[in-house]
Design a protein. Structure first.
Length: 365
């Protein structure tokens, strides 16, 4: 792998939001609050009051700003983020070659699957990329459902790209930093093993009560606690235990990327020799502007073993982040491809323990 030097400095973009195609400036307080909401939404009876103290704001200001950001579709939702694999669901990334003239036809069929959370058109011969999950009681199984989608969509080819090693997953858009901040090195956690964890009916009831958007109110956990027959303090204590058991990753705000000013995302994929994957993958993950970093399988027509997702305010900013990785890890130009999303067909948080999965299977059996 030859060393590659990054090119001239990229012009730094200001974070802006978009509403119906128009740019809406975000002030510094909005940006600071959005960073806190993404990374540190507390498991506390009055979480917004704690955030107000951390941001040095009045509670009413925090609640008002959060509601405005929700109403303007800058924040998609504030929600618990549960770990799909810890709940026993099978999941993977799938790359498909579909009709390039009318990809929306295949995308519509893929979107109808309740376990598809992300579906993008990307700049490659493998042009449709989606993530899919199936519950532990699936009759067809993940492979069977992917085969059904391949037949239904008429895809020329589908490549199954499960996670072999998870180096990083941290979907926080850095609202206050510039391009250099996104390319900066950060401390990375060691690779994680992804295994199903034991859970019970109480866990399931809490997941059902909490999955979906939380309200921007002073005590947002009270309603779910009442639904499951617990006090709010008991619910929060149980949620803390679910964090310890790796069932709940965190509670956080999820942003509309483009409306929050991050108009580009580049999936940088890398040819890394097998004996260097653990070392190089860990170094790639230790970059602030990288939200996801995985090892995935290779094929004759897909030689890339490490995937990194960069988000930026422009394509040039994504390139700058990926160029910094190339330089740091001594990757040559032939070792990397960058796939940009041109259309977002679907992006949702999965809902667990619903009848939709069985209904889809019944219609495709």
């Amino acid at each position: 792998m030859a060393s590659v030097k990054t090119s001239a400095k990229v012009p730094q973009s200001k974070a802006r939001s978009r509403k119906d195609g128009a740019a809406i400036p975000l002030d510094e307080t909005d940006k600071r609050l959005m960073n806190l909401l993404q990374s540190n939404f507390p498991l506390d009876p009055e979480p917004f009051a704690l955030l107000a103290g951390e941001a040095d704001l009045e509670l009413d200001d925090v609640l008002g700003r959060t509601q405005r950001l929700l109403d303007n579709r800058i924040i998609r939702e504030i929600t618990p983020i549960f770990d799909t694999r810890a709940l026993g669901y099978e999941s993977m990334l799938v790359a498909a070659k579909v009709d390039s003239e009318h990809p929306q036809r295949a995308a519509k069929l893929v979107n109808a699957h309740p376990g598809v959370s992300h579906n993008y058109l990307r700049t490659h011969d493998f042009n449709l990329w989606f993530t899919i999950a199936t519950p532990p009681d699936s009759k067809l199984g993940l492979k069977g459902q992917i085969d059904a989608l391949m037949e239904e969509t008429g895809a020329v080819s589908m490549r199954e790209l499960p996670t072999l090693t998870l180096f990083k997953i941290n979907m926080n858009l850095e609202m206050e930093g510039d391009t250099e901040a996104l390319a900066a090195a950060v401390e990375a956690a060691p690779p994680r093993e992804l295994e199903a964890q034991p859970y019970d009916e109480t866990d399931i009831a809490i997941i059902k009560a909490l999955q979906g958007p939380m309200k921007a109110i002073e005590r947002p956990y009270d309603e779910a606690a009442q639904e499951v027959g617990m006090s709010t303090e008991e619910l929060l204590d149980h949620l803390g235990g679910m964090v310890d058991r790796h069932i709940l990753r965190r509670v956080a705000a999820i942003l509309y990327h483009r409306r929050a000013g991050f108009s580009a995302n580049g999936m940088g994929v890398w040819k890394v020799p097998e004996d260097q994957i653990l070392e190089v993958g860990g170094r790639m993950a230790a970059t602030r502007g990288i939200s996801h970093c995985y090892q995935r399988p290779t094929y004759e027509d897909w030689p890339y073993s490490v995937f990194t997702m960069a988000h930026g305010r422009s394509k040039e900013e994504c390139d700058a982040v990926l160029d910094s990785i190339a330089e740091k890890c001594e990757m040559g130009p032939d070792d990397r491809a960058t796939l940009y999303s041109s259309t977002e067909y679907k992006k949702i948080r999965l809902h667990y323990f619903t009848p939709d999965y069985a209904e889809w299977e019944a219609a495709h059996s």
